[in-house]
Design a protein around this ligand. Sequence first.
Ligand code: KQY
Length: 373
Amino acid sequence: MSITLDSTPAADGFRMPGEFEPHQGCWMLWPWRPDNWRDGALPAQRAFAAVAEAISRFEPVTVGASGAQYEFARGALPPAVRVVEMSSDDAWMRDVGPTCVVDRAGGVRGVDWRFNAWGGLRGGLYFPWDQDDLVARKVLEIERLDRYRAPFVNEGGAIHSDGEGTLLVTEQCLLNRNRNPQITGAQIEALLKAYTGATEVVWLGDGVFNDETDGHVDNLACFVAPGEVALLWTDDERDPQHVICLDAWERLHDARDARGRRFKVHRIPMPGPLYMTRAEAAGLQTRAGAKPRHARERLAASYVNFYLANGGVVVPLLDPRTDAAALAKLRRLFPGRKVVGVPAREILLGGGNIHCITQQVPAGARGRGRAGR
Ligand code: KQY
């Protein structure tokens, strides 16, 4: 049974753990939209299947697929991956799935954010999005986890937690008029604290250049451990990404976390710059109500968009010129985990990456111990 609670996680003693804490499993969705995934979504489906397979080496994976896609998805995914029938408007489980919170007794509950396709009718990416908005509730029902329905628009990719009371977010996304125009920044910060149990919110400025989520933090920066942040980086001063990285670096340098610590910031080299090719754009169908994509558009490519699994790091491979350096850097940052690269350009073409298509359920009482650094 999953009940809907009318209190908040903070009031009930729950906190959002760090992704590096132990998981009971990972959820994904199966891509299908021909206006977002080229060539009838086949290349993206292969990429999603490779991500699911890589994560399933470390923890149980469940993939939600529509009734129409169920049989095909079941056949394309390894037997170790559980496939359940679930409708969705697209396939970004990080954003439409629940953000789970835990308490000291080992309890796990889920936060179900209001979802408006990254901007609703003021710049959102598609309409309608009603099936996406039901996904978190369905996941929590299947997992038998109680649910908090948040009273404001947010996405899982717009927040990162250190598990010790600190939240990392961007102003570009959380303060965007297309998310919660009826409330102030201070009210948004208070709501974020109430629904994640955080006591300190660190505000970065912009997210990755040309990121269609309005700058989700999960493409720019994430916690490697409490007090340590991985930050996308380019030294190329001619690249518009450079000033964004510099600003984030300065804000992190000036900030303190919930425990009063300064951050140690690790720079992760940027791939590219990468652009959508003419052939890739030609494989997309156009549809009323959905954002069109064009050849030569800059892609929001980032190695920071990795997934931390139990004992593993699943990293997008994006550019043969920089993949090896990014993997080497992540291996140094996570000596206790196996770092696995998965070709991810097809996911990038849809507007996000491996972190965006995954959502962990923390272990709670079902699994104690370390997931490895
Ligand atoms: O950054 C994410 N968490 C999601 C990316 C969504 C892109 C939609 N096309």
